[in-house]
Write a protein that binds this ligand. Structure first.
Ligand code: BV8
Ligand code: ZN
Length: 285
């Protein structure tokens, strides 16, 4: 910790590269966590594909609406807050995330680079025009009223928690199939604004991330298994251009070999401690 804190305290240009692990302590399941409810028999990497959406759009759209509700109900944790504090302290800091939730932004991070898109930027799967986020809880389509889902009476029975912030889908519990909205221009099915496996990353985001990694003097990689490409290249680009790499992860990953310092532990504990060790008491926690 002391070594990493010294590196952070003297860094001028920092990249913070994050994965699902930084949102785990906010209650957002990681990609490794087995899927639950309606999707329990599916592999996330198979669901997050254009083929899955083509074959069963309501299953995939329902999954993303469930994830959007889960992220909507989640709160940024001390790890997200510490990242924003690092940005505020270091002259040049860039957050590059693989996450599609908006917890970095809600913690105060300025324009994090989303390599894999976002849950709140749906677009038409045919003409690619941006589409509005569904405001009202979508009515379950006919198929979801199968044996799986209990008969609904005006939806009242399902609501346990207090009303959600407007625009957050009313998806919880086991989730359900939800027919994707139709595009206002071409009536094509609207899809989530995320990058699916087999799809190219947004070129501007990838270029900006590679640019930041090649120019930084310290890269912090937090809560990622480093298995999905080309994102997993980012810490290696930084190392290749001479930056030092610090990894925060409770478990070993292929990035252990790239990292100069490995901090084993959960992000919401390790990152505030790192900020405290680097700059003393004025940490955000
Ligand atoms: C493409 C959005 C081509 C959707 C996502 C090279 C080698 C091998 C394979 C490939 C290759 N190049 C391309 C491929 C194929 C593929 C790929 O990488 N496959 C892997 C599985 C082998 N890549 C692609 O398909 C990419 N596209 O290549 O297109 C192309 C090019 C040009 C033109 C046309 C086509 C697109 C990949 C992006 C897919 N979309 N997300 C959605 O979210 O639904 S990826 C998604 O999975 C996430 O965004 C993230 O990137 C990844 C999950 O990884 P992590 O975030 O690291 O999470 P994970 O659950 O795995 O691990 C959590 C970690 O946190 C663990 O290490 C754990 O220990 C730790 N942790 C847990 N708790 C905590 C913690 N850490 C800290 N604190 C805690 N509390
Ligand atoms: Zn359209």
């Amino acid at each position: 910790m002391r070594e990493a804190a010294a590196l952070l305290a003297q860094a001028r240009r920092v990249v913070v590269f994050t994965g699902a692990g930084i949102s785990a302590e906010s209650g957002v399941p990681t990609f490794r966590d087995a899927l639950t409810g309606l999707w329990r028999s599916f592999d996330a990497r198979r669901l997050a594909t254009p083929d899955a959406f083509r074959d069963d759009p309501a299953l995939v759209w329902g999954w993303y609406e469930w994830r959007r509700a889960t992220a909507g109900r989640a709160r940024p944790n001390a790890g997200h807050v510490a990242v924003a504090a690092i940005e505020a302290r270091v002259p040049h800091a860039v957050v590059v995330t693989q996450n599609v939730d908006d917890l970095h932004e809600r913690a105060g991070s300025v324009a994090p680079i989303h390599l894999h898109g976002s849950l709140s930027a749906p677009r038409c799967s045919a003409c690619a025009r941006p589409a509005p986020l569904p405001a009202e809880p979508p009515l379950p389509d006919a198929t979801s009223l199968s044996a799986e889902a209990p008969p609904l009476s005006g939806g009242a029975t399902l609501r346990a928690e207090p009303p959600l912030p407007s625009g957050t889908p009313d998806e919880h519990g086991d989730g359900r199939r939800v027919a994707p909205p139709r595009c206002a221009h071409c009536a094509g099915p609207v899809r989530p604004g995320v990058v699916w496996f087999g799809e190219a990353l947004p070129s501007a985001a990838l270029e900006a991330a590679v640019e930041a990694a090649s120019a930084c003097d310290l890269l912090l990689t937090v809560g990622t298994s480093g298995l999905v490409y080309p994102a997993a290249e980012i810490p290696r680009v930084a190392a290749r251009f001479g930056a030092l790499v610090v990894q925060v992860n409770p478990e070993e990953t292929p990035l252990d070999a790239v990292a100069d310092v490995n901090l084993r532990g959960p992000a919401a504990q390790v990152l505030p401690a790192l900020v405290r060790a680097a700059w003393g008491a004025a940490d955000p926690a």
